[in-house]
Design a binder for this molecule. Structure first.
Ligand SMILES: [Zn+2]
Length: 123
C-alpha cells in the first residue's frame, strides 16, 4: 500500500504547494492532485452536506410516491420505512461522492472550495 503510493511522491520534492490553498506542505501530506489534507477535509465535509440534502430529497420523494402512489397498508409500513431510509442513505452516499468528485476535478479556487467554511485556516 505504501509502495504503491510512494512512486509518484518520489517525483515531488520534499515540499509542495497545495493546489487549492497554495500553502507549502510536506509532500507526504498531499494527495495525487496536490490537495493538502485540510483542503481534502473541507471538500469532503462540503460534499457530505450536499449528499445529505440529496438523500433527504430522494427519501422525501420516495416517501411521497409510496404514500400517494402505492398507498401501502399499515401491515407492511415498516418495510416501506426501511425502503425510504435505505434510499435516503444511498442517495446521500451517491450525492456525496458525486459532489466530492466535482469539487476535486473542477474546483481549485480556495474561496469556492471554502466558501461555506470561513472558519478554516482563518480565511
Ligand atoms: Zn490546501
Amino acid at each position: 500500500m505504501i509502495d504503491r503510493g510512494s512512486r509518484w511522491r518520489d517525483r515531488l520534492g520534499e515540499e509542495v504547494s497545495c493546489a487549492v490553498c497554495g500553502e507549502t506542505r510536506d509532500s507526504t501530506e498531499v494527495d495525487r492532485m496536490l490537495w493538502c489534507e485540510d483542503c481534502q477535509a473541507v471538500a469532503r465535509a462540503r460534499a457530505g452536506r450536499v449528499g445529505l440534502r440529496v438523500g433527504i430529497v430522494v427519501a422525501a420523494a420516495l416517501a411521497a410516491w409510496i404514500w400517494w402512489g402505492v398507498q401501502p397498508s399499515r401491515m407492511i409500513a415498516g418495510a416501506w420505512i426501511a425502503t425510504v431510509v435505505a434510499a435516503g442513505w444511498l442517495g446521500a452516499k451517491i450525492g456525496r461522492e458525486v459532489a466530492y468528485g466535482i469539487y476535486r476535478t473542477r474546483e481549485t479556487d480556495p474561496d469556492r472550495i471554502r466558501g461555506t467554511d470561513p472558519d478554516t485556516h482563518g480565511a
